[in-house]
Write a protein of this length. Structure first.
Length: 135
């Protein structure tokens, strides 16, 4: 494998960025699922979602507090760059500056989720809050 791709970025950097983006997509699907053709959200029944820890999480009142539209926009972009194996697919947007605003939105929504977990008495909430604080 060549050490640098055509943009001059090391393959290690691109692999690390891709790993970050895969995890971001997984977190988005955990927090809000995917949009449906009809109003609402969905997750496959076999997937873990935030509603597993907070049964009322998927209620509209909770989702309205999140930046669901921006998370959908981020997930759509992620689907485009992570859809198949290619040395070129990530290159147009390999600079972290492109992704950081979306990652910040994701972390804000994760913070809200962790506060809700803590308020519900879950022992996971404070641990998640601590992890988010050290990002």
């Amino acid at each position: 494998i060549e050490e640098y791709n055509t943009t001059g970025m090391s393959m290690r950097y691109v692999a690390a960025l891709e790993a970050c983006l895969v995890h971001a997509r997984n977190l988005i699907e955990f927090i809000v699922g995917r949009p449906q053709d009809k109003p609402g959200r969905k997750r496959p029944p076999s997937d873990f979602g935030a509603d597993l820890l907070l049964p009322d999480w998927d209620e509209p009142a909770n989702l309205e507090r999140l930046e669901v539209g921006k998370l959908d926009e981020f997930r759509y972009k992620l689907d485009g760059v992570l859809v198949h194996m290619s040395k070129r697919r990530v290159q147009p947007e390999t600079q972290l500056e492109v992704w950081i605003p979306y990652i910040n939105i994701l972390f804000r929504d994760l913070e809200y989720f962790s506060r809700r977990l803590t308020a519900a008495g879950s022992s996971v909430g404070p641990r998640l809050e601590a992890l988010i604080a050290h990002r």
